[in-house]
Design a protein around this ligand. Structure first.
Ligand code: ATP
Ligand code: MG
Length: 394
């Protein structure tokens, strides 16, 4: 059957008090942006506790569903039959048309679930269920009631308009991007950081990213892999401004002046500092990393103290307590895994010590870093000034 409308249910944004408009507006915009890829003429409007999508005459139903399934904040998508006038006669007529068209003479057991957000509507929800059930039984002899285990749950909702639907497609949940501020993702070519960006974005946070590369030690292909990953997550997060920082001279200076076993930690501290520079520049409220306790030497609790100590913004580490396999499962689901496992070198690994410190003392790291004073400032400034910004979108 051809649907002229979808009802979209959202989960958490319904409970946000005064902020509710911000959330609903963001969700309307995100859904409209996705549907614009399917066809012209979709219209997304608020409808008492739901969103309503008015569809154009011609569009691809499956494609529309697929697009809406990629919008954070969408809890359920319900292809709906809209009944403009909710008088009982017109309601029964509409429900009859829906059932006739959707189920065409096939026998089914059913139950009606009614909901009335318009409390001035003269019939209570239980009464709508009972009367509509009776109406269907009287008009569709192939239908039987089963209140405990029906094949079809027929939803009738009285809002600004009345709606009838029986199909529900699960969305991603979360909150619409744009509803909860802005953060800067440290995006490497690995498995973890794209997943971390996806997860924070799912809470409604807009995302930009920073990638550190070390040419000629890391290749153009390694950089392209990160651009590809940014593009893959941008399907969910929306457009990402990817800052590509040339980290080579900073790394070489650290190798030159600091103990080799502290290289990774000191390098990570400079990454955080530079990422934070761009975070402030882009008015972000946080950094995001893919760190997870104990995964590698630079992610032991002590190493995290040393890395965190240079940050003034909060660092969101959504994977901090995740096992690797759980991260891989999400990477597969969001389609980044195959790209992440392509074997291109990362700037973190090329000069890495055989036995990096796993329990760095902050005071020792800070003392080692002092040896960079006088050299590093100009290198950091140059790296920042020469950063390439790539606008990435799906
Ligand atoms: P990932 O799979 O995300 O690369 P990882 O297990 O390789 O993670 P590390 O190399 O220790 O872990 O990096 C930890 C985090 O630091 C990454 O998740 C990412 O957020 C950030 N990071 C590491 N290398 C880079 C890089 N070259 N550019 C930007 N961010 C980086
Ligand atoms: Mg990495």
């Amino acid at each position: 059957m051809k649907y002229k409308a979808f009802l979209i249910k959202y989960a958490e944004i319904g409970i946000k008090g005064k902020n509710r408009y911000v959330f609903e507006d963001a969700l309307c915009d995100r859904v409209a942006e996705k549907l614009a890829k399917v066809a012209d003429g979709f219209e997304v409007v608020r409808e008492q506790g739901r969103l309503k999508v008015n569809c154009p005459d011609v569009y691809d139903y499956d494609e529309a569903i697929e697009q809406m399934k990629k919008v954070f904040g969408v809890y359920e998508i319900c292809p709906a039959y809209v009944i403009e006038d909710a008088s009982w006669d017109s309601l029964t007529k509409g429900v009859g048309e829906y059932v006739g068209e959707r189920y065409r003479n096939t026998p089914h057991t059913f139950k009606v679930e009614a909901r009335r957000s318009d409390k001035s509507y003269p019939i209570t929800s239980p009464q709508i269920c009972a009367d509509m059930g009776e109406y269907i039984l009287n008009n569709f002899s192939e239908f039987k009631v089963n209140v405990h285990n029906p094949e079809i749950l027929l939803y009738v909702e009285i809002r600004n308009y009345a709606y009838v639907y029986s199909d529900k497609v699960k969305g991603l949940g979360g909150m619409p991007v744009g509803a909860n501020g802005h953060a800067m993702l440290l995006l490497s070519g690995g498995i973890d950081s794209p997943v971390a960006g996806y997860m924070v974005s799912k809470r409604g946070v807009t995302i930009d990213a920073v990638y550190f590369h070390a040419p000629p030690y890391t290749s153009e292909r390694a950089k392209q892999k990160v651009v590809d990953l940014a593009r893959l997550i941008s399907v969910y997060t929306g457009p990402i401004r990817l800052h590509v920082v040339n980290f080579t001279d900073i790394q070489l200076a650290i190798i030159d002046k600091c103990p080799r076993d502290e290289l990774t930690i000191i390098m990570r501290r400079y990454m955080m500092r530079i990422a934070e520079h761009f975070a402030y520049e882009k008015k972000c409220q946080a950094l995001i990393t893919g760190e997870s306790i104990g995964q590698v030497a630079s992610q032991t609790p002590q190493s995290l103290i040393a890395t965190n100590a240079v940050c003034t913004l909060p660092v969101y580490r959504p994977l901090i307590a995740f096992d690797k396999q759980d991260i891989v499962d999400i990477a597969e689901k969001i389609n980044t895994y195959e790209t992440s496992i392509q074997p291109y070198e990362d700037c973190c690994t090329i000069f890495v010590a055989k036995h990096p410190v796993t329990k760095p003392y902050l005071n020792i790291i800070e003392r080692s870093e002092k040896k960079l004073t006088g050299t590093i400032e100009a290198l950091v400034e140059k790296a920042i000034n020469e950063t390439e910004i790539i606008e990435v979108s799906e």
